[in-house]
Design a protein around this ligand. Structure first.
Ligand code: TRP
Ligand code: SF4
Length: 400
């Protein structure tokens, strides 16, 4: 059995900030140790809302990849690529578009939300409506089992599952499917075939996920069972036909709420960010100017950490002792605000130092980044082509 693939994408929106680091990148760095991972720059997705201003995309893509590398994403472990360098995504998107009911797209919650949020822009376009389907193609083309995303993206993963199910249902019945299932069952041997029958009943009557897992283990016991037979048996068990596209699961990133410089969530649109590799002088300066408890007008006024955005940063960056020092010193006016900010400044600079170091070779020689992207895109393309061969075959568009 192969390890489940992890896939995630990010739009190239310019420099990433510490919110991205705590919310997403740290998670990617962890996942790359445990799974085969694919991380990509969703440049076509950027076009769905930025079609009128595409010129910054290539530069933003490169900067973003440098930020990934700076954060510790390792191109020897994970495959890093650019969506538009794997044009098979577009082919799958097109083929899926033929069988996607319009209503499904119109009902994706981000569709109306985003249109309202970006009111100044004309987003009544074909591409914008189809963007969750493009995302589904991104995921399904790698048969990714796990997709790390934030909460806002969960409906898109659910949508991708529905698309996979519909595709398998429509095209998963190869000619002679039933006979091929019978042959595969013979290969399992009578005893295992009986057990398989029981598991199938369990699954179909009660939808028990455990039954699928048990069946997988059963297949593992038969080393000469071909990949195709395995898929057929899975499809027969689930009642969907052959499983050509794999239903992905969302890997919900625990919402690490990274506070920004004003106490709101750190976000580019609030202008309250510290970028991943921001230089030390600028970080220090921003922190020093950061607002504190508004009730603490004079140094001699006591303050309340709960009303202070700096306290939120202490919760990310400071240890127990330091936090006790803040609580006590703030409420008794024993410490000044600049004094209180210093451990946070130190903590951020300490966190950023290895990132700046890791980024340096790529800033010195951007060709290194281009090589990583070219190499990763080549590897991704190889995987994507494999799926597309089977997809074309399932639809019957495989010309000799
Ligand atoms: N839609 C995602 C976002 O806006 C980016 C994205 C595109 C993505 N394709 C993906 C994420 C595939 C995960 C998997 O953040
Ligand atoms: Fe905020 Fe610290 Fe000043 Fe208290 S002492 S108001 S926690 S910056």
């Amino acid at each position: 059995m192969y390890a489940e693939r992890v896939l995630s994408g990010m739009r190239p929106t310019g420099s990433l900030h510490l919110g991205h680091y705590h919310g997403v990148l740290k998670n990617w760095v962890r996942l790359q140790q445990e799974y085969p991972c694919l991380f990509f720059v969703a440049d076509w997705h950027a076009l769905t809302t930025q079609y009128d201003d595409p010129h910054g995309i290539v530069g933003a893509a490169r900067d973003m990849v440098i930020d990934w590398l700076a954060a510790g994403v390792d191109p020897r472990r994970a495959t890093l690529f650019v969506q538009s360098k794997v044009p098979e995504h577009a082919e799958l998107h097109l083929l899926l578009s033929m069988m996607t009911p319009l209503g499904w797209l119109e009902r994706v919650p981000t569709y109306k939300d985003q249109q309202e949020r970006l009111e100044h822009k004309d987003l009544s376009t074909y591409g914008f409506l189809g963007y969750p389907l493009l995302q589904a193609a991104d995921i399904l083309i790698y048969r990714a089992g796990k997709v790390p995303v934030g909460e806002d993206q969960v409906p898109h993963i659910e949508f991708s599952r529905e698309i996979a199910r519909r595709f398998n249902h429509l095209y998963g019945r190869e000619p002679g499917f039933e006979e091929k299932v019978s042959e595969a069952l013979r290969r399992l041997g009578a005893k295992r075939a009986r057990r398989y029958g029981e598991l199938r009943t369990h699954y179909q009557e009660r939808g028990e996920q455990a039954a699928i897992e048990a069946a997988q283990r059963l297949f593992d016991e038969v080393p000469d069972l071909s990949h195709a037979d395995r898929e057929r048996l899975c499809g027969h068990l689930e009642g969907t036909g052959k499983m050509i596209l794999v239903e992905p699961g969302a890997l919900l990133t625990a919402a690490a709420r990274m506070p920004g410089l004003d106490g709101q969530k750190m976000s580019k649109s609030y202008g309250n960010t510290i970028t991943l590799r921001e230089d030390a002088a600028s970080v220090t300066n921003k922190l020093r100017r950061m607002p504190t408890d508004p009730a603490r007008v004079r140094r001699s006024d006591p303050g309340e950490p709960d009303n202070c955005p700096v306290w939120q940063l202490h919760q990310v960056y400071s240890d127990e002792d330091c936090r006790a020092w803040v609580q006590q010193g703030c409420r008794s006016a024993g410490i000044g605000c600049l004094e209180c900010k210093q451990p946070v400044i130190d903590g951020i600079l300490r966190e950023q130092e290895p990132m700046r170091e890791r980024a340096q070779p790529y800033l010195d020689d951007p060709r290194l980044v281009d090589e990583i992207i070219a190499d990763g895109s080549g590897r991704a393309r190889h995987l994507a082509r494999e799926t597309m061969r089977e997809v074309r075959q399932a639809i019957g568009l495989d010309y000799a």
